[in-house]
Design a protein around this ligand. Structure first.
Ligand code: MG
Length: 208
């Protein structure tokens, strides 16, 4: 079994999976899951800095529920997908919002080094239907979402993705952010927590 702090082989992210968040950015909820990839090189862990790139003037946090894959999932049903989960972890899908708006796809906006803080895996798998994700900046709560509010549930997302690409042990699926996204500045501390399950906290720094 790979070490639980090993880098994911791939990071599949879901966009606009909470109605209120889609609305706050002026978007409709998609008819099918909207997916994109973040590079594994963007991963940082607890306490490591999120570095603001000079190319962006608006970097935002997105607290998310992350799903770590435990078994190979290829064209699976929702119930088989749920059985293939190894852990639930806190994820911050850090995004250069200005570049996301100016580019026609999101590789640059989502892919900078340090743009994917990940929490630790807990030893016990929690109930997927009663997860909460909370984001705090400098100790002030900015986002609070529940897995029960997702447009597409965790098992349905995994089943959908497994019909496109094989999900392999250690891969990560970030399941979308709730409403309340906002900017980060040099000196901030941003924390994403799934209470009782996983959390990650990171300082924000200008690049030098
Ligand atoms: Mg996101």
């Amino acid at each position: 079994m790979p070490a639980t702090n090993a880098r994911p082989g791939k990071i599949v992210c879901v966009g606009r999976n909470y109605r209120e968040h889609a609305k706050e950015l002026g978007n409709e909820v998609p008819k099918e899951p909207l997916i994109f990839l973040k590079p594994p090189s963007s991963v940082v862990r607890e306490g490591e800095a999120i570095v603001l790139p000079p190319a962006s003037s608006r970097v935002e946090y997105e607290g998310e529920i992350g799903v770590v894959i435990g078994k190979t999932l290829k064209q699976v049903s929702e119930s088989d997908a749920a059985r293939g989960i190894r852990a639930i972890i806190a994820v911050n899908d850090v995004t250069a919002r200005d570049l996301q708006k100016s580019d026609s796809q999101w590789t640059r906006a989502k892919g900078f080094d340090t743009f994917c803080p990940l929490g630790e895996e807990s030893s016990k798998l929690p109930d997927l239907d009663s997860l909460t994700v909370v984001t705090r900046v400098n100790g002030v709560e900015r986002q609070r979402g529940k897995s029960s509010e997702m447009v597409f549930s965790i098992p349905s997302l995994l089943a959908y993705i497994s019909r496109i690409m094989t999900l392999e042990p250690g891969d990560l699926v970030a399941t979308g952010t709730p409403s309340g996204v906002g900017p980060l500045a040099h000196g901030d501390i941003v924390e994403v927590e799934i209470p009782g399950v996983s959390r990650v906290s990171n300082p924000v720094k200008e690049s030098r």
